[in-house]
Design a protein around this ligand. Sequence first.
Ligand SMILES: [Zn+2]
Length: 120
Amino acid sequence: MKICPNCRAEYEDTINVCADCEVELISSEDFKLLEENYIDWEVVYTTPELYEAEMVKTNLESANIDCVILDQKDSSFPLGGEMGVLKVLVRKSDFEEALQIIKNSSNPEIESNDASHGEQ
Ligand SMILES: [Zn+2]
């Protein structure tokens, strides 16, 4: 049996692509493994731009936070989502910290505006 990682529909082994999502199907064994491996992970950032996702990943890794970039085009992942959107995932235990790091690093303009308002 095969499963669509996007909508979780079940298919015969002879079918390779989900009729609804046009996503490549994975075996039910792989699906279970993926689910177990990623159940503790949470999406902390989404972007259509690979360089942006990689920037976020670099920032998180320099703070010793494990993270993975998921590409819907890879398709072998049981989280639903929009096509062409990259997701950066971190462990749930690192989520808050990761969010802060991303906030602090990805919007330098907003940050400097805030700082100048706050200064007296
Ligand atoms: Zn599907």
